[in-house]
Design a protein around this ligand. Structure first.
Ligand code: TTP
Ligand code: MG
Ligand code: MG
Length: 356
């Protein structure tokens, strides 16, 4: 039996803000663009549940949110904060997983089929994950548990907010049956309208639809959504790594145009970068140097090389990029060395293929 969980943080950006501004708790709060007294452009990134009660939603124009709830608390985005908290959350989630796949800043799938042998145990296990996230970050989440990624996602939606929701394999059909078409992952407003025009109103009806008709109307996408309507999803939880590149920088104590000083610094930085690369069990294919001059102008120079995890390869290419592309007459303030296009050393997929 396969047991998959989706962990998704509740009203994430606002919840992060709540940590440093406890006074906003339980008050309608919106993170997004400046509403400018209703004249503002841009959208609501997210809002807490008290704001949702009034009909405010993610993605809604901020001016519309302002019309609905002008006395809500409006907070601008602080992505650095959310990213930092996200890392803390993901660290916890990963520690509970056989396989871990982060799919956005606030959600991740885990496969726990090896660890958990029964649905009863999965509920206890989810509770432990939820409690640990709360303990380490102070934030609430919802966990959906089921037999594949699709159903874990749907279970999570149904369990929102601050819940744990299990949909057993034998209950999948009934769970999906009466739901609206656009409750199904993959079906948006347009597809819903087309399906309704064909006479299908619920997920249950789509599940039993004539497959040829769906093929004719939607091509292979039609087959896929019908599979989804039957709760079928064969995709696996794909291990990913949050690291897209690894780099180090050095600011010189005094701006310098001395070639040896810079070259020595590049070699040292290369060693440090390789230390990280090896620790993570990765190889790299792209090398970038950052050249920043005393007047703060900055240049990035990159090249692709044969895949490697070797300090000599990195240093020689980084030094070469510096020698070729830097302006030797101008004193440098800072130098940086970075590797990217990372892959697990044991020949697996490229990182960019996993992360959004
Ligand atoms: P979601 O998990 O979709 O939403 P949420 O965490 O705010 O609320 P819920 O309790 O329903 O899970 O998105 C996570 C964060 O990502 C959200 O706080 C804001 C941001 N976000 C975007 O950047 N773009 C989007 O289109 C959406 C929907 C959210
Ligand atoms: Mg969320
Ligand atoms: Mg999410």
């Amino acid at each position: 039996m396969q047991i998959i969980m989706l962990i998704d943080m509740d009203y994430f950006f606002v919840a992060c803000e709540e940590l440093r501004r406890p006074e906003i708790k339980d008050k309608p709060t919106i993170v997004g663009s400046d509403p400018k007294q209703g004249e503002g452009r841009g959208v609501v990134m997210t809002c807490n549940y008290p704001a949702r009660k009034f009909g405010v939603r993610s993605g809604m124009p901020i001016s519309q949110a302002y019309r609905i709830k002008s006395d809500a608390i409006y907070i601008p985005m602080d992505y650095d904060l959310y990213e930092k908290i996200s890392k803390d959350v993901m660290k916890v989630v990963k520690s509970f997983a056989d396989r871990f796949e982060q799919v956005s800043v606030d959600e991740a799938f885990i496969d726990v089929s090896k660890k958990i042998k029964s649905y009863e145990d999965s509920l206890d296990y989810a509770k432990r994950i939820k409690d640990t996230i709360k303990e380490k970050t102070g934030l609430p989440c919802t966990i959906g548990i089921s037999t594949n990624k699709l159903m874990a996602k749907m279970a999570c939606e149904a369990g929102k907010p601050n819940g744990i929701r299990l949909v057993r394999e034998e209950d999948v059909k009934e769970f999906l049956n009466g739901k609206e078409l656009d409750d199904l992952y993959g079906i948006g407003k347009k597809t819903k309208e087309k399906l309704e025009a064909m006479g299908y109103k619920t997920i249950g009806e789509l599940a039993k639809a004539n497959t040829m008709d769906l093929m004719e109307r939607f091509g292979s996408f039609g087959v896929e959504i019908q599979k989804y309507a039957n709760g079928i999803d064969e995709s696996k939880v794909e291990e990913n790594y949050e690291v897209k590149s690894i780099g180090r920088e050095k600011t010189f104590e005094k701006d310098t145009a001395d070639r040896d000083t810079v070259t020595t610094a590049i070699r040292k930085l290369s060693d440090e970068v390789i230390g990280e690369v090896k620790k993570a069990g990765l190889t790299f294919k792209a090398v970038t140097v950052k050249l920043r001059y005393g007047d703060f102008t900055e240049h990035l120079k990159s090249r692709s090389i044969r895949r490697s995890d070797d300090a000599g390869d990195l240093a020689s290419n980084a030094v070469d990029l510096y020698l070729r592309y830097s302006d030797k007459s101008r004193p440098m303030r800072k130098i940086g060395v970075r590797v990217s296009d990372l892959t697990k050393a044991r020949g697996q997929k490229k990182i960019g293929e996993f992360t959004s």
